[in-house]
Structures are given as C-alpha cells and as structure tokens.
Design a protein around this ligand. Sequence first.
Ligand code: SF4
Length: 435
Amino acid sequence: MPKKAIKFPTDPKTGKKSRTTPNPLPGLETAAAAQGCSGRPPRHLPPEKHIPALQNALLDWFAVHQRALPWRNSYTPYEVWISEVMLQQTQMERGVRYFIRWMERFPDIAALAAAHEEDVLRMWEGLGYYSRARHILAAARKIMAEHNGIFPRDPAAIRALPGVGPYTAGAIASIAFEKKLPCVDANVERVVSRIFDVDSPVKQEPAAGVIHQWALRLVPEGKARAHNQAMMELGALVCRKKPCCASCPLGAFCISHHLGIEDQRPVPGKRATVTPVNAVTGVLRRGEKIFVQKRPASGVWGNLWEFPGGRVEEGESPEQAVVREFMEETGFTVNVAARHGIIRHGYTTYRLTLHCFGLDLAAPGKDCTPETCPAPPVLTAATQYRWASPQELEDLAMPAAHRKLADSLFSQPGQTAGASTMPRQGRLTDGTDTD
Ligand code: SF4
C-alpha cells in the first residue's frame, strides 16, 4: 500500500505550517488497532479540510453525552457567569455544590449586588482565589448601576466588568448569547492541541495563538453555546490527560491520534516552582471568646478573618514564632497553652505547613473579660479585630486552613464542619487540603 504523506495544518492566522516533523507512524489503519482506548480509526480525515463534519460529530456526541449541570437548565447569563468563574481551578463536583448553594443565597444579580462583601466571601470560602468573589460582587454592582440590572450582551461590555478576562468573556458571550467566540480553557487547549498536533508549549506563543485561532475557526455559526460546551465536555470526559481515543467522536479527524502521539500533546511549558511555607497561628481565648483579625483588602486572603500568625523564621521553634508573631501583629504577650497539630494546605504555588497553637495572655490581670481587657490590640497586619464566640466565627469568611482549625476546635462531634456551637478542645489530624 503506497504511503500517503500527511499534510500538516497551517496556522489560520499566519498561513505557516504548525509542525514540520515527519509522520513517525505511517500505515496505522488496521482493524485490530480499532479496539480499546488507543485504537485507531480506519480512516484519517485531516481536520482543516473537514471542519463541518468535525463540528457535526462533536455536536451529535454532546447531545447524547453531556452531563446534567444546574446552569444548563436555562443558560441565564448570570448562572453561566457564576458557574464559569467558580469552575476555574475547581473540580466539577465541588463547583456544582458551591453553585447550588450560591444560587439559593444570591438568586439573581440584584440580590448579589445588595449583599455584604462579608456574606459573599463566606459563600466563596473554600474555593480560594478570593479576589474572584470580590470581583463578582463589584461586577454585579456595576451591572445594576450601568446596565439597569441587565447583564450586557456586547462582548466588549462583558469584558469591561471587573474580573472578567478573555476566557470568561468568551464563555459568557458564547454560552449565554450564542456569540461566535471560542472558550479556551485547559480542556479545550488539550483537545485542540491534539487534533491539530500543536507541537510547542501550549501556554506560550506561538502555540497559544494558534490554538485560539483554531478554536475560533471551529465554532459553527449560531451554535456557539453547544459547540463550546461540547469541546470542554470532550476534554473533561474523553480527551483527558490519558485520552480514550476509541470513544472519541473526533478520532477520525485527530492528527495526534493518527500519528499515535496523543500522549505527547499538549506540549507542557515550564512547571511553576512550588514554594514551601512554614508558618504558625494561634487561637487566643478569653473566656468563651476567641481573638480574630481581618486581613487587609489587598494581597492573599484579602478581607478574610484569621487567627494571627506568620512565618517561622530561621533558628526559631514554632512555639517561639507564634509568641513573636502575636506580639508583632497585636502587641499581646502570649504563652503557648496547647498544641493543636499541623495543617497542610496548598494555595497558588505555595505549600503551607501551619503549626497551630492554643494561647493564653501572659498577664491577663484580675477579673479580666474580653470587653474590659486586655487593652485594645495594636494591629500591624490587619484592619479590624474581634473577640468572637464560636457561633460568630461561623459567620466570618476565613481562609481554608483557618476554617479547618476553627472547625476542629469548635464543631460538636457529629456536627457538620462549620456548624459550630460550644467550644471543645480538639486536635487536628495531619492532613492536606489543596483547595
Ligand atoms: S481528540 Fe483526544 S480523545 Fe479524541 S482522538 Fe484526539 S487525542 Fe484522542
């Protein structure tokens, strides 16, 4: 059988070929190979020449295999927007749980815009990247003020909302309003890089631009909603890190699969360095009340409430560090009264090891109460403080590691974490939390 040369696709923007390496696996079309996840389709259809067929195959597959997700009931722009922002850096199952809870609390843009930031952050607690929640609130207020409470349809107006980047704008405009725009998330990046065999790191140029151009070219006129969701769904369910090509509706069109190099696509970029952080925090009690402080608006965990603490410095023990940190951040002299264990938590590119302590004031004074003493703290790392009861802690938005500590100390046995009532002494198990 004569060998057929593979014509590699060209960049739709520059007209240049996207790869030049020869086909390493010619003559793949065997019946036996059409079995299992690595099976090859009997015939390869170069994707750039069969775009309508590719689009139809994808849409047919999506019609049958799409998951029932709550925002797919009505596709209101508000629901599409919140779901898209929530699902960034969040697993689907977790995102759905948060979405349902959010919609019960803030059923529309007006309800969200009228909410206190504290309530919005509390509903976001555990999703991380808290600036997203603050931006959502600011955007809702802007929609009320400048768009009469109606979500804008124009992509430029959507993009002008606080916190809305190109991906989110494309997702809302295409999924809610059927605008012909692509949504290039990590799933779509993987699918497109494999179908068109993009052979350089996908997060960098020129690959990022090539992927965006192909993703745009694939969007069928008038069917952006179904198509973009189908691309994302295919990446989530079939074209995963380890793809199941035998189940893929696009197997016949996929160059990487045809070449047998799908596991080499997408080409990764440089991995972000993970920085370990060794830190301490302390729970200072006065009677039934616990000292907490509110972080500044800017920076990590902005406007969230926390137990004071900070990094362990070189040559310092965690016990020494928590005493020093309390003095520096509040002016309080404290003693370590209990060890509450270690929390390990991942956020952005940091891996936090948080040593947790119970603290007493070193010299509380006779007949001291939270209302009368100690003297007010001198805050150097916070904008507000409170002596809060365990019940009041429940209503404050806290970083995940601090919420975990609070739950371990104040939740009743058998109670749902976060539904604290009376304080009890607890000890954390050493676990890892990566949200
Ligand atoms: S798109 Fe993904 S799952 Fe489908 S054939 Fe290509 S590599 Fe396989």
